[in-house]
Design a protein around this ligand. Structure first.
Ligand SMILES: [Zn+2]
Length: 336
């Protein structure tokens, strides 16, 4: 259902209106970085088009019910009129897969109102498959619709691109990523918040990173800031850092953990800035730590925060250039 998609509000409202007014173009290209819900939206469009009891919900002019046989079959991926093709083991979409759907697209839908062909990772279509698709995109069968999904749309042939109006999906906010992790992937709130803060607005990226380690990295970062806020003697801070670099097995793991901690530091500092400026609290990446951040932002005035932020940036750069994680961590705590 469109209404159960997290984020992308404006696009969803547009789509919902277009479904009701039957003004959706016969082909669309859904683009945006990986892991933000493009394919989910494509399936939701297919449901809204084929639902047996479509409804309007809130400001969505038309949405699927989520419960009729049509919606359930689409949800399970077994609706005869909603066809998803995606790259197989070879990593590409072959011409046979495309010929097959083009053949089927020529017939009336079996049961639904509209046959919807979803091509996920469309940039993996081999050139021959794109050329085969072209003619169908030029003169689409009236009851069929093509939804191409791709995070690399420029890898498609320009002839294909020019026939598919583009829907651009932006990154999700950290809050939206956390919400998706909790609702769809069983994350606890602290794990979801920590993973979301380091995910660049992509649920997929958050899932790819190990949430346990990120929670730990964020906890280390917070303790480091609190220790610095107390303005205690530097030796004390170095103690905290020792815990940071000493506990992970291999050098590569140690590097990853220190770099995760640095990114967590950057995220916390950014949030402290939000609080200090009195900006909208809904934009906090670490909303679950608001009381702690509030205390910290009192200790870190504007200049100190800026210095800390640029120190974290330099430390990340040094790590990328292969500096020793221990040396980098030791240097950084003295800058905070
Ligand atoms: Zn339905």
């Amino acid at each position: 259902m469109l209404s159960s998609v997290i984020g992308h509000r404006r696009l969803l409202l547009l789509l919902s209106r277009a479904v009701r007014r039957e003004t959706l173009p016969p082909a669309l290209l859904l683009t945006g970085q990986p892991g933000i819900g493009k394919r989910r939206v494509a399936v939701a469009i297919a449901s809204a088009l084929n639902c047996l009891r479509p409804q309007s919900a809130g400001d969505m002019e038309r949405d699927a019910c989520g419960e009729c046989t049509s919606c359930r079959r689409i949800g399970r991926g077994v609706h005869p009129d909603v066809i998803v093709i995606e790259p197989g083991d070879t990593g590409s979409i072959k011409i046979d897969q495309v010929r097959d759907v083009i053949g089927r697209a020529g017939y009336r839908p079996f049961e639904g109102r509209r046959r919807v062909v979803i091509i996920d990772e469309a940039n993996t279509l081999v050139d021959a498959a794109q050329n085969a698709l072209l003619k169908t995109l030029e003169e689409p069968p009236s009851a069929s619709m093509f939804l191409l999904v791709s995070s690399l749309p420029d890898a498609l042939l320009s002839t294909v691109r020019s026939r598919c109006p583009r829907l651009r999906f932006g990154a999700l906010s950290p809050g939206e990523v956390a919400q998706a992790l909790m609702r769809d992937h069983g994350y606890s709130e602290p794990d979801a918040r920590a993973a979301a803060a380091d995910a660049d607005g992509s649920v997929g990226r958050a899932l790819a990173a190990s949430s346990a380690d990120l929670t730990e990295a964020r906890e280390d970062a917070r303790r480091l800031l609190e220790e610095s806020a107390r303005a205690g003697d530097p030796a004390h801070r170095l103690e905290v850092v020792k815990g940071l670099t000493g506990k992970k097995g291999t050098p590569a793991r140690e590097r990853d953990q220190v770099s995760a901690c640095l990114r967590a530091l950057a995220s916390l500092l950014r949030d402290m800035g939000v609080l200090a400026m009195g900006a909208d609290r809904r934009t906090l990446a670490n909303a679950d730590l608001e009381p702690q951040l509030e205390r910290l932002s009192a200790a870190f005035d504007h200049d100190r925060s800026l210095r800390a932020y640029s120190a974290v940036d330099r430390a990340l750069g040094a790590l990328e250039r292969n500096a020793s994680p221990k040396v980098v961590a030791d240097w950084l705590v003295l800058q905070l």
